[in-house]
Write a protein that binds this ligand. Structure first.
Ligand code: CTP
Length: 417
């Protein structure tokens, strides 16, 4: 049997501490060997014995070894350094406002906070707290510091909180936390990432153009960078990549089969024509929702006000979902400017895709034409934050999640046979 990867689960003192028990169990199911470190406040919510019994390892909380002498204890100096150096990841469940503040500012006054400073392993935090505390500028500023430092934040869900309020701040689903751990470790240990040989990934990229006349068109601000980064990443993993690209100013990614298109209808034909070959479809293109009903055959001359009649284009993604083979995984994209998560989730359901990458394109630092991106990966069961990173890095994360969904689809398809 393969050696289990040691990870450390830090449990902080919030009402959601009891959910850490289930997270630890699921990490074991996923093949990890979790060790647990608790804050003193956490021990008020859950007995350390519970974690010790499940994991088979001693639970640590104090920096002081209370067994060492009658004088009030001796510092167990080796322990937190040893734990910090031997663990593959530090996962904090629940991450309270207090722990986020201490991590952000380097305060090290107990085992868990000291270990955070002492480890070079990736850190993943799953915040949970009252909605006002979650929304407080201090908490949000601390999260921003941690995010910039490369800490992965598993976005809390909205819902009923223990304090009786409804809103953000409820601990993410256990499955989303475990998925984030698996994804972070897959990136950190690329040799563990599965081989995509035998896969055919169909990717769309760029923004379509709908002609008004021979020289003008209706377009959008998509640069194609995200789709091209996905194509390069899928190719690196060994997949055959069919890249259906609307016009971009980018150099073509190596070793991909590139099909250039201009209008949404051309993209539709190309996608549907290759759908049967695809084991996975990633619809990253920004497809125009409208086209000019009758494009002028000659260049329109300047005159008074002019009204263009627009007609809706076909929804390519919807057709893909209807026509795909049972085992084909379909990932969509959503660019939103308001209520990003709410609109994203509605779109996931409406389009019937396996996963949806949703991003906020209202800012300048991410989204269209930027080299960086951030957002969320939504599935019917989970909401996982895609932290701000280069589009290449984000492509890796998206394909890791897609890989997990592909395994589920294959199983479902096999059981139907
Ligand atoms: N999409 C598509 N065909 C279209 C429009 C969009 O296949 N005619 C795909 C995009 O490639 C993306 C997803 O659908 O993967 C969502 O695109 P988006 O423009 O965010 O959503 P719309 O369905 O157009 O909804 P709305 O514009 O109303 O938000």
């Amino acid at each position: 049997m393969a050696e289990r990867i040691k990870v450390t689960v830090g449990v902080a003192g919030g009402i959601a501490a009891y959910k850490a028990v289930e997270v630890v169990r699921r990490l074991q199911d996923a093949g990890f060997d979790p060790h647990v470190a608790m804050t003193a406040a956490a021990e008020r919510f859950v007995q350390p014995l519970t974690f010790a019994a499940i994991t088979g390892h001693k639970v640590v909380s104090s920096l002081w070894n209370e067994d060492a002498g009658a004088s009030g204890g001796e510092m167990s100096g080796i322990e937190h350094i040893n734990e910090a150096q031997t663990t593959a990841a530090l996962i904090v469940v629940p991450a309270t406002a207090d722990i986020l503040a201490k991590f952000a500012h380097g305060i090290a006054d107990d085992f868990l906070t000291t270990m955070y400073l002492a480890t070079t392993a990736p850190t993943i935090v799953a915040p949970a707290m009252n909605v006002e505390m979650w929304q407080h500028p201090a908490t949000q500023a601390n999260l921003e510091i941690l995010r910039k430092r490369g800490v992965t934040i598993v976005q809390p869900d909205s819902g009923y909180l223990a304090c009786g309020m409804v809103g953000g701040g409820r601990l993410a689903e256990e499955s989303a936390i475990v998925a984030a751990v698996a994804e972070v470790l897959a990136r950190e240990r690329p040799e563990k990432s599965a081989d995509w040989k035998g896969e055919t990934v169909l990717i769309t990229a760029g923004g379509t153009r709908e002609p008004i006349d021979p020289v003008r068109f209706i377009g959008n601000r998509s640069s194609g960078k995200m789709g091209y980064a996905l194509a390069a990443e899928a190719r690196c993993r060994g997949a055959r990549v069919i890249l259906i690209s609307a016009p971009t100013a980018l150099p073509p990614p190596q070793d991909c089969e590139i099909i250039p298109v201009t209008t949404s209808e051309e993209m539709r034909q190309a996608v549907l024509g290759h759908l049967a070959e695809a084991t996975m479809v990633v619809m990253a293109a920004a497809v125009s929702d409208y086209r000019v009903a009758e494009a002028a055959p000659q260049k329109l001359k300047r005159s008074g006000p002019r009204v263009l009649e627009l007609q809706p284009t076909a929804d390519i993604l919807e057709e893909i979902v209807r026509q795909r083979r049972q085992a084909t995984t379909v990932i969509g994209f959503a660019a939103e400017t308001e209520d990003v998560l709410g609109n994203g989730r509605a779109k996931l359901t409406r389009k019937g895709v396996d996963g949806l990458v949703v991003n906020d394109v209202s800012g300048t630092d991410t989204g269209f034409d930027s080299d960086r991106n951030a957002g969320w990966f939504l599935t019917p069961e989970s909401t996982t934050e895609l932290p701000l990173s280069s589009k290449a890095e984000m492509a890796g994360r998206i394909l890791n999640y897609a890989e997990a969904l592909r395994a589920g689809r294959r199983q479902a398809a096999a059981s139907l046979r």
